[in-house]
Design a protein around this ligand. Structure first.
Ligand SMILES: Cc1ncc(COP(=O)(O)O)c(C=O)c1O
Length: 286
């Protein structure tokens, strides 16, 4: 994402980011000299207001970032939402940077739609993906992009100057991984479905309200009823006194107060770890 942003966005440009957002997008835009313009995703289904999206586009808009399935909400953008985004991108001559790193982690029959497949979007979409979630190798930091050749020249150059390249043995492992049969992806989907159902059962058991994720491997939970002043205070309480680590909701907002009633659980954990978390979280309901 950083290479894409530095290669295509200039100082003075604006980049539209849906909020809450994966922490890197705001800083990536700022490093490129651009101004992030946030469009709110509203709970419980994390939908956006069409009028606010229309207003976010203007003559300075260079790009929009779409992360689907979405971290931290688990939202999966619908065809209707993506169609509107595609129309606005074409109207305002804007690039779309998609982060589709959770494309294979979907629940309840939800479909992932790649924006680049929508009419008129192949030329202006930079599809960003990586090995870490699909092949359970977070920490390897091997990513890849698909884009129009007119854009990849600049992106390759920036990537070269930023990183030289991803480690060669990890790239080879990626080639092997990408030859796995379709059954691999089906099993991955089933595995995460079980994990999601486990964490939802845990949260129901403890009485923590949450927003149902349709994809990715996080659950945003509403902590208002616990009476803590901020998400940070509650997160420290969970870590120090309960023994469960979460990410405070404010990390995903440009203005921290917008996330004060939220925390994010990550359920990409073994059944044993999820069970241990369940045992510990029960202390909260006492
Ligand atoms: C939406 C999103 N994009 C990108 C990444 C990071 O990917 P990588 O492991 O390739 O650095 C993450 C990791 O949490 C993520 O949630």
């Amino acid at each position: 994402m950083a290479s894409v942003m530095l290669a295509t966005v200039d100082p003075g440009d604006e980049v539209i980011v849906f909020e809450p957002y994966y922490e890197n997008y705001g800083p990536d835009a700022i490093l490129a000299g651009a101004t992030p313009r946030y469009v709110t995703l509203h709970p419980p289904h994390w939908t956006f207001d069409e009028a606010q999206l229309h207003q976010a586009f203007n003559a300075n808009t260079k790009a929009i970032i779409i992360n689907t399935p979405h971290n931290p909400t688990g939202k999966v953008f619908t065809r209707e939402e993506l169609t509107l985004i595609a129309e606005l991108c074409q109207k305002w001559d804007v690039l779309a940077f998609t982060d589709e790193i959770y494309e294979h982690i979907l629940y309840d029959g939800t479909q992932h739609i790649a924006l680049a497949t929508l009419p008129g979007m192949e030329e202006r979409t930079i599809t960003i993906n990586g090995l870490s979630k699909t092949y359970s190798v977070t920490g390897w930091r091997v990513g890849y992009i698909l884009a129009n050749p007119a854009l990849t020249g600049a992106i390759r150059k920036v990537h070269d100057f930023l990183t030289v390249g991803a480690p060669a043995p990890l790239q080879r492992a990626g080639v092997t991984a990408m030859q796995l049969p379709p059954s691999y992806y089906e099993e991955l989907g089933k595995l995460y479905h079980q994990k999601r159902d486990s964490i939802l059962q845990i949260l129901d058991g403890v009485g923590i309200p949450y927003f149902l994720p349709q994809g990715a491997y996080y659950v945003l939970a509403d902590i208002s009823k616990f009476g803590y002043k901020t998400d940070i205070e509650f997160t420290y309480h969970l870590i120090k006194n309960i023994g469960v680590a979460v990410v405070p909701g404010s990390s995903f907002f440009s203005q921290p107060e917008k996330g004060h009633s939220l925390i994010r659980f990550c359920f990409s954990k073994t059944p044993e770890t999820l069970q241990a978390a369940s045992d510990r979280l029960l202390k909260l309901s006492k």
